[in-house]
Design a protein around this ligand. Structure first.
Ligand SMILES: [Zn+2]
Length: 402
């Protein structure tokens, strides 16, 4: 049980106001920085102007690359062409998962000046990546993907012939993750809901992953506790006029930022499960935000996993883990495993409704498309699902959320 390897992690600066340490950290790498941000949201970040002033004060020259939506290989190649000859000392990704993933891929390629398509998993030649990458600092402004702690950049081409694949290497892990919960204060409610469910899904899937270990289990459980205490109250706070400055809300944000960070660490170490297996074709073929896929599928995917283990692998150790996750998330003791399982599925279903997560048909997914989605769901995440699912079982996950 106590035998495991832990792969490279970033140095982590966590806490309210941690962003103020960013200019000093940048200076330790040099004075030419490439900021990779979302298209607009960065301007409204608390302290953005102060940050820009601090860069000027330290004679740090910065260039900026803006990423709108989930990054595509073409966008990454464009940025690499534009900035490759600018002697960038450090890349700073500031934003949601899309900005951080783009920053990660750009930092990985600035020194090489070749196309990211050369390295993308499952498409193209899959050449071995050898670096060197430009140092990366990741500053998340949403609480969800945990990209600040992972070694992969997810890139997508959307549409009928679309794909959603990873550029993955340990050399892409950020040097620093600067997690400042105050940066979440601009997150709109639907983003809080979807990203929060992404973090929850990543924690639960890595907790029951076939590769899970005692070290990641401890982190996953701590993250699940934080989600339990903060996600629903944070979402509900948007309905209370004037509640935004409340001290309690600051605590909820802190807990969600913490949970998201832990979810990134655990997923990077031990992998995920069927929800993330399905997230890649769904995100490639339809314009569905990643967090919405997770939020809308986690209850049904958990139910299918449990049902399949009940009938085929009743001694699978994930059965006890699901029961324990139920105790943590429901904050209640259960004396019977199957009662705990039912409570877990019910809780996840309730949260899906309370967080108003849209169903798949809202994005154009219909019955006829399910076969193709299932056929494209067996990437790396599906391989660590606690039980091997048959195609009709995977289809059932989707059917209940059409
Ligand atoms: Zn995810």
């Amino acid at each position: 049980m106590f035998e495991f390897s832990i792969a490279k992690l970033p140095r982590i600066e966590f806490g309210s106001g941690a962003i103020l340490r960013l200019p000093g950290i940048i200076t330790s790498y040099g004075n030419r920085v490439l900021l990779v941000t979302g298209a607009h949201s960065y301007q409204h970040l608390p302290g953005w102007q102060k940050f820009v002033d601090a860069l000027a004060h330290r004679a740090i020259r910065y260039k900026q690359f803006k990423v709108g939506g989930e990054p595509s290989p073409a966008q990454i190649d464009e940025a690499v062409r534009e900035f490759a000859d600018q002697d960038i000392d450090v890349v700073v990704g500031i934003g949601g998962g899309s900005a951080l993933d783009a920053a990660k891929a750009i930092a990985g390629l600035l020194n090489l000046q070749c196309s990211v398509m050369d390295f993308l998993e499952g498409v193209g030649p899959e050449l071995p990546y050898q670096g060197p990458a430009v140092p990366l600092i990741a500053v998340p402004t949403t609480a969800g993907t945990g990209s600040e702690a992972t070694k992969n950049a997810v890139l997508s081409v959307q549409g009928d012939r679309g794909f959603k694949k990873s550029f993955r290497h340990e050399k892409l892990v950020a040097e620093y993750a600067i997690v400042d919960p105050e940066l979440l204060s601009n997150c709109p409610p639907d983003v809080v809901a979807a990203n929060g469910m992404d973090a929850l899904t990543q924690l639960l899937e890595s907790y029951v992953s076939l590769k899970s270990n005692a070290f990641t289990d401890a982190l996953a459980l701590s993250g699940l506790q934080a989600v339990r205490d903060a996600l629903i109250p944070l979402y509900q706070s948007f309905r209370e006029v004037g509640a935004q400055e409340d001290e309690l809300i600051a605590i909820y944000r802190e807990k969600m930022a913490y949970a998201a960070l832990l979810s990134g660490i655990t997923l990077a170490q031990v992998g995920l499960g069927s929800v993330h297996g399905l997230a890649s074709p769904l995100g490639a073929f339809y314009p569905i935000p990643h967090g919405v896929v997770c939020g809308t599928l986690i209850a049904s995917a958990t139910e299918i996993n449990i049902r399949c283990m009940q009938s085929r692998e009743p001694d699978n150790k994930a059965m006890a883990k699901y029961a324990y996750a139920a105790e943590v998330l429901c904050h209640q003791q259960f004396h019977d495993e199957s009662v705990a399982h039912t409570a877990l599925i019910q809780l996840l279903t309730n949260w899906t409704h309370e967080l108003e997560l849209p169903s798949l048909s809202n994005y154009g997914v219909d019955n006829e498309a399910l076969g193709r989605i299932v056929a494209n769901s067996r990437g790396s995440s599906m391989k660590t699902n606690p039980i091997v699912l048959q195609d009709p079982e995977i289809k059932q996950i989707l059917l209940s959320r059409l």
